[in-house]
Design a binder for this molecule. Structure first.
Ligand SMILES: *Cc1c(COP(=O)(O)O)cnc(C)c1O
Length: 404
């Protein structure tokens, strides 16, 4: 591989807004679940671009869709519709509860649309007083001002002036607290069917059923934010399928484009009817290039082989992490579903998740964190078994350095 060192990490600080603090190495190439940096050093990718690269890097089906569409038609705006967008919407609606799709460019935008739709639906049907949105502490719904305020970490929304109003938070898995807060004023409850950024936290089945019942009782919409859990991540196309609960609105992004930016909001025809022409929109949303790639991703992800493969890989990961834990005693819990796995550090290593991330990168494996105490793994859904073995061997070397 040819070296290109003319651009370096130090340059980042000279030209970029400092809201990110990226790693020191700069990746330049990816193939499957392997990535190479400028120096030619190779990494196993267990991060998957934060649960985005569901088919790894440069999957042939994606490259084919991108180049074919790239030679045909890139962009029109929503003054015109396009074939890939309609085909993708047909696939998404035939595979889920939904009957209507709104395309956006990111998870935050999909949630922004979901929340605006919920408010408009409530206004149309019940009047101005039904505007309360309830979400859960530690939840993450994106970084627009509405979505970050709805998210359950005030630190992310503080310091930007007056926040959007009528937004309340209760603890995840605390049905009694939710019941106490809900009333006829509640317009929507938004939840991740498994909290990702908040620490890979699974809800109890009774909790999810209870949330649905409370929404029904108070005529409130249930919004599932499946931006991270969706599109095969848990071993189901969408996590709601396994919970026995159907939301009214679902947001999806991240893995939807496999690395090409796209988001979508799915809902029923009756609810969708409240977003009349002109009420909401996006210049790029439903862009033919993005939709052509997402369609190709869908065709690979939504197959019994891929989804069953996620479950097999989950087991392989969890068993291997448990074996590492038996040798080094660093985790107090290994949890998550499908290939959204969290390993919570013991009290002796509390607050040190980022040290593990950095040590792992030094050993040639990319991992994520979910808060200060949880190491998170969100690899490609089709990561080869051998890459899991090799990546975890490298991860164990990093663990040995920190805990040996
Ligand atoms: C990543 C994420 C988002 C935000 O998606 P962006 O594409 O970064 O805007 C929203 N909700 C959940 C659950 C996420 O994991």
């Amino acid at each position: 591989m040819s070296k290109n060192l003319s651009v370096q990490r130090a340059d980042f600080d000279e030209v970029m807004v400092p809201n990110y603090n990226p790693a020191n190495m700069i990746p330049v190439k990816g193939e499957g679940s392997r990535v190479w940096d400028q120096e030619g050093k190779e990494y196993v990718d267990f991060a998957g671009g934060i649960a985005v690269n569901c088919l790894g890097h440069c999957h042939p089906a994606m490259v084919k869709a991108l180049t074919e569409q790239g030679n045909k038609l890139w962009h029109l705006s929503n003054v015109f519709t396009n074939e890939p967008a309609i085909r993708l919407a047909q696939k998404l609606t035939s595979a889920t509860f939904a009957e209507r799709v709104y395309f956006a460019n990111s998870g935050a935008e999909a949630n922004e649309a979901a929340l605006k739709l919920a408010r408009r639906w409530a206004l149309d049907n019940y009047g101005e007083t039904k505007n309360q949105i309830i979400s859960f502490n530690k939840s993450f719904h994106g970084r627009t001002f509405f979505t970050v305020t709805v998210g359950g970490q005030a630190a992310y929304s503080d310091g930007f002036g007056p926040k959007p109003g009528a937004i309340e938070h209760v603890d995840y898995n605390d049905l009694a607290a939710l019941e106490q807060l809900m009333s006829e004023k509640t317009c929507a409850v938004i939840m991740e069917p498994l909290q990702g950024e908040g620490g890979v936290i699974t809800p109890s089945a009774e909790f999810v059923k209870g949330v649905r019942e409370l929404c029904d009782r108070h005529n409130a919409l249930l919004i599932f934010d499946e931006v991270q859990t969706g599109f095969g991540r848990t071993g189901h196309l969408y996590a709601y399928e396994a919970l026995g609960v159907t939301p009214d609105i679902l947001s999806t992004a991240k893995a939807l484009g496999g690395g090409f930016p796209i988001g979508a909001m799915l809902t029923t025809a009756a609810i969708a009817s409240h977003l009349k022409p002109g009420t909401h929109g996006s210049t790029y949303g439903g862009n033919p290039l993005a939709c052509a790639v997402a369609e190709a991703v869908f065709d690979v992800v939504n197959t019994p082989e891929t989804l069953a493969g996620v479950k097999q890989r989950e087991q392989q990961f969890k068993e291997a992490l448990a074996a590492i834990n038996a040798r080094y005693n660093i985790f107090k819990d290994i949890r998550g579903q499908g290939l959204l796995i969290g390993a919570e550090l013991t009290d002796a290593f509390a607050g040190k998740s980022r040290d593990f991330l950095n040590a792992a990168a030094d050993e040639g494996v990319m991992v994520l964190v979910a808060g200060p105490n949880v190491i998170r793994f969100t690899p490609s859904l089709i990561i080869p078994e051998q890459d899991i073995v090799e990546g975890l061997a490298r991860f164990e070397r990093a663990v040995a350095k920190l805990a040996g």
